[in-house]
Design a binder for this molecule. Structure first.
Ligand code: ASP
Length: 442
């Protein structure tokens, strides 16, 4: 039944391109913006909801199946340790690239006092900014070990009812998976079969949902275009900052290619091609959590990573490994210091940025704009004057969305790269066997 020959990533790219053009066309026609909000944007939202809808069942089914298939728990320990080590290493590398780029390019030099004043007037009482600062405040006031407490659900069904509780679901699934190894095989098998079947069905749902992806990205991108209105002068003065983030992110892609080549010994361009639909969706939706089901499907079926590895590495990565976000935080923090608080630019503060951006990217939710909330925590750790926080965020707010789209691509690419490297290192990388939505349709 394979009539359609154009590869999925091309269809998505065409959808994105048309969405970009469509967005500008709608901006030009009377009440075009409203038409996009009323009639087009909802289709993008439906698509993102469909992906989010299957995220928790997919994590649950594939992780329980993956862990219980391992047979020996020591294997799980080695996968776990390698994953955490690689996640921390890549994130520290990302932050360092960000710091080097921002110190070399000095984007703060391009922003005049007049622009700062203008931004202060137009954004500092912006509700979205106030909201980000207050959410950050709540995060900061929690006990230091709260992140561990937050991982253990008091009610697993409650945990499963909220996508932002992904780590709790992961905790439960690993626990159940390990328990299935410890009980007699004949008792474990029926439950394993159920989750195996659920996993297969949900991966098929991903194939079906993805049929809709080219149209959905049209809606998502058109909506971003009509929502992003900005003062041309301000955008221009922030260009150097945006450019610094983008250079850093591109260098990060190069870094993934190098480590992929060294450790996996395959062509990194082949790898990027296999995961490209996930990267394009990350770009269009700005959410690595919503992209997760697609990332899992691509990495398992198109790259050949065994479920035993991908089912653990990818969901954990979506929540704790955000290389793009941490790179962005480093650049944004130093850029803000350059413009608003140059006396805070010392070497120790840059070291503090490495540590706090690492922790902040672990704590950031995998949703649009989360990185900006955690940036407040990074700034506060440096002793940045609290009264300047609103204008600090105002400074980077105007171009945050496009940068969010790009850093989410890096977040997803980082997870997929680490999953493949870990799989290769434990002998769990196989010949990929891509499945189509209609393989079993007669
Ligand atoms: N949007 C990013 C993600 O979902 C998080 C962020 O940097 O704001 O990965």
């Amino acid at each position: 039944m394979k009539k359609n020959k154009l590869a999925l990533h091309w269809k998505i790219l065409i959808g994105m391109f048309l969405g970009l053009i469509g967005g500008f066309v709608f901006l030009k026609i009377p009440s075009g913006k409203q038409i996009v909000f009323d009639w087009i944007a909802p289709w993008g939202k439906i698509f993102v909801n469909l992906l989010k809808m299957i995220a928790i069942p997919l994590i649950l089914a594939s992780l329980i199946k993956g862990v219980s298939d391992l047979k020996d728990i020591a294997k799980f320990k080695s996968i776990g340790l390698r994953t955490i080590a690689l996640y921390i290493t890549t994130t520290i590398f990302a932050i360092s690239i960000g710091l080097i780029a921002v110190n070399l390019i000095q984007p703060g030099n391009g922003v005049s006092q007049a622009t700062v004043n203008q931004l202060e007037n137009s954004y500092s009482s912006n509700k979205k900014i106030e909201n980000k600062i207050s959410v950050a405040q709540q995060q900061k006031n929690k006990p230091k070990l709260q992140f561990l407490v937050d991982m253990v659900p008091d009610n697993v069904f409650k945990a499963m009812s909220n996508n932002s509780n992904m780590l709790q679901v992961i905790f439960f699934a690993i626990f159940l998976g390990i328990t299935l190894i410890l009980i007699p095989e004949h008792k474990a098998q029926p439950l394993k079969d159920i989750f195996d079947s659920l996993n297969e069905a949900i991966l098929k749902m991903v194939d079906l949902i993805m049929l809709f992806a080219p149209y959905a990205v049209f809606a998502l991108i058109a909506n971003v275009v009509v929502e992003t209105t900005g003062d041309a002068e301000i955008l221009w003065s922030l260009l150097r900052y945006g450019f610094t983030v983008i250079i850093g992110l591109i260098l990060m892609l190069g870094f993934y290619m190098i480590i992929f080549k060294i450790f996996v010994k395959k062509n990194p361009f082949w790898f990027f091609k296999q995961i490209s639909p996930a990267q394009l969706l990350a770009f269009s939706s700005s959410s690595s959590a919503a992209t997760l089901p697609v990332t899992m499907e691509r990495v398992e079926e198109h790259v050949g990573v065994d479920k035993e590895v991908s089912s653990f590495v990818l969901p954990v990565g979506a929540t704790v490994n955000m290389d793009g976000t941490s790179l962005y935080q480093a650049v944004a923090a130093v850029f803000i210091l350059q413009v608003l608080w140059p006396e805070g630019l010392g070497f120790t503060n840059q070291l503090t940025i490495i540590l706090t951006a690492l922790l902040a990217s672990i704590g950031a939710a995998a949703v649009p704009g989360a990185g900006m909330i955690m940036l407040v925590i990074v700034l506060e750790a440096l002793g940045f004057p609290a009264e300047k926080l609103p204008v600090a965020l105002a400074l980077i707010f105007a171009i945050d969305r496009p940068l969010d789209m790009m850093r989410t691509v890096i977040n997803v690419t980082g997870d997929a790269t680490v999953a493949t490297i870990v799989a290769k290192s434990v002998g769990k990388l196989h010949q990929p066997k891509p499945k189509e939505w209609d393989d079993h349709l007669n």
